[in-house]
Design a protein around this ligand. Structure first.
Ligand SMILES: Nc1ncnc2c1ncn2[C@@H]1O[C@H](COP(=O)(O)OP(=O)(O)O)[C@@H](O)[C@H]1O
Ligand SMILES: [Mg+2]
Length: 503
């Protein structure tokens, strides 16, 4: 990023929009760029509270009469020397006609000078008049190198023990995805908790990071205790995932393999889509970050939703390699491609930004999305090449159902030999995995109320009392199947597929 910003400044881009909440870090970078550029540039910072102040000067050494945005920009236009002008948090004023106009005047006057304006703000808001003139840049979160400085400083301050290279790397990696201030905070917290900062404190750093990420509310760290063995059936899908266990390693790159981009798991509700997605985290040994699209949308201010999405994606990228889990994608983007423009186009803009990000991302963030309904999914997602693979999870075959019974019974009882799995599988045609599990639980409740152990007959009774979704929503399920047969890869093994047709 710093490189990119440097290039833009040297190339005399008049107006750069830097999206960040880390003002101090960003100012430091800009000042370093200003000093190393030829010719050297001064740096001025504008805020609505102090007007224009030269970077590094005390706040009261302000340029006279530069508090109003227009006055500040007029002042900037008058300057002759090479300089970078940082306007902090101009976004609440940027839509005012006079502000927009004076920015355009400034841009026009910058031709052939070594002057640039950098708009710095935690959220992106660009009026249409300026869209063509401005380059938007995300200021990236600190990388390992920058975090290393934070850690070193912290250890020196606390006269801590020297760390081994491995311990240091673990502590750094654990703080990836945090801002500099946040990283300082988690290292301090770990230090205070145990009185030292060593490899043993990595878990504290990690759990603090999880909390900080949760607090931002849009991304959530998910820890799933189940392994992929807890998923019944879906052999093809499991094989695909297992084959890619080491896809994000250096070794895979050296071998010449491309980095997987993402997958979409479509299918009937309750058949294990979310479950298998979550277990992939363990299988691949990568963190799983759930992106809650519902929380991305925020109508309180123009540009807020976009800023939320950007921040979430930026955090995911800085924690990468990681899995970005979007459960029920169909709900997240419903209506974004339709005509229902009830939210002033926000959802289609969000959808557009997300697609662009997916298209252009170089970072090892694997997108794992699930969806229950295709008709609500924008067609762009289904186009070839968007995801590495689209899998279809159908209702379980008899074989798969046996597997599901075995898994869920084994979870609850050590000896399950008294159950006839084959019969149970046969009696639950059209049941989803979730419905099978529910029937088991219902049977257990029944027996428990009568103060006895549950039996095969209890389960059968519970099955008979259930009307599965595949029957109540037969039309939808059939439509989904017909659609998916032609366009998606079956998640069940081909043998199971063959059995399904016979059944
Ligand atoms: N194939 C399966 N194997 C084992 N359990 C399953 C399976 N499918 C569903 N379940 C059970 O039902 C629960 C809900 O399934 P879920 O993964 O949320 O379904 P989906 O996301 O497809 O709607 C799971 O947590 C699991 O307990
Ligand atoms: Mg689900």
């Amino acid at each position: 990023m710093k490189e990119e910003l440097n290039i833009l400044i040297q190339a005399q881009y008049p107006l750069i929009y830097l999206v960040t909440s880390e003002e101090e870090r960003a100012e430091l970078s800009i000042s370093a760029i200003a000093q190393s550029s030829k010719p050297q540039r001064r740096v001025y910072v504008w805020t609505v509270t102090h007007g224009i102040v030269e970077y590094g000067q005390p706040r009261n050494v302000t340029q006279h009469n530069t508090v109003s945005p227009e006055a500040a920009i007029e002042w900037i236009i008058r300057q002759k020397e090479p300089a970078i002008f940082i306007l902090k948090d101009l976004h609440p004023f940027i839509d005012a006609p006079a502000t927009t106009r004076s920015l355009r005047d400034a841009i026009a006057s910058f031709k052939g000078t070594n002057k640039n304006i950098i708009l710095m703000s935690p959220m992106q808001q660009v009026p249409i008049e300026l869209e063509k003139e401005v380059v938007v840049l995300d200021f990236q979160l600190p990388d390992m190198g920058e975090l290393n400085k934070v850690l070193t400083y912290h250890i020196d301050q606390n006269r801590g023990r020297r760390l081994t290279t491995e311990a240091r790397e673990k502590l750094l990696r654990a703080a990836l995805g945090l801002t500099k201030d946040e990283a300082e905070k988690v290292y301090r917290k770990a230090q205070v908790t145990t009185g030292r900062l060593t490899e043993d404190e990595v878990d504290i750093v990690l759990s603090e990071k999880k909390q900080l990420i949760r607090r931002n509310g849009i991304l959530e760290y998910i820890e799933e205790d189940e392994t992929i063995e807890a998923v019944g059936g879906l052999e093809e899908l499991k094989k695909w995932l297992t084959q890619r266990s080491n896809a994000f390693t250096e070794r895979a790159r050296e071998y010449g393999l491309p980095q997987p981009k993402g997958m979409l798991i479509l299918g009937v509700p309750g058949c294990g889509k979310s479950l298998i997605a979550k277990t992939t985290s363990r299988l691949w040994g990568l963190p799983l970050l759930r992106l809650d699209m519902g929380r991305v949308y925020d109508g309180s201010m123009v540009g807020r939703s976009e800023a939320n999405l950007r921040n979430a994606l930026k955090t995911a990228e800085s924690i990468s390699p990681a899995i970005l889990f979007i459960d029920e994608l169909d709900k997240s983007f419903a209506g974004s491609s339709g005509s229902g423009d009830s939210d002033g186009g926000t959802s289609s803009r969000i959808f557009g930004s997300f697609l662009t990000w997916m298209q252009e991302k170089k970072s090892p963030v694997f997108v794992m999305a699930t969806a229950n309904r295709v008709e609500r999914l924008p067609g762009e997602f289904l186009r070839k090449g968007r995801f590495d693979e689209i899998f279809f999870v159908d209702l379980p075959t008899p074989e798969e159902r046996q597997d599901i019974y075995r898994i869920h019974l084994t979870k609850r009882r050590t000896d399950i030999s008294r159950f006839d799995l084959q019969q149970l599988a046969k009696m639950s045609d059209g049941f989803s995995g979730a419905e099978i599990e529910q029937a088991l639980v219902a049977a257990m409740y029944e027996a428990f109320a009568q103060d006895r152990e549950f039996t095969q007959l209890d389960i059968i009774a519970a099955l008979k009392a259930t009307l599965p979704l595949s029957r109540t929503m037969q039309e939808q399920v059939t439509a989904l199947r017909d659609w998916a047969r032609q366009r998606a890869r079956p998640a069940a093994s081909s043998v199971a597929e063959y059995q399904r047709m016979e059944f």
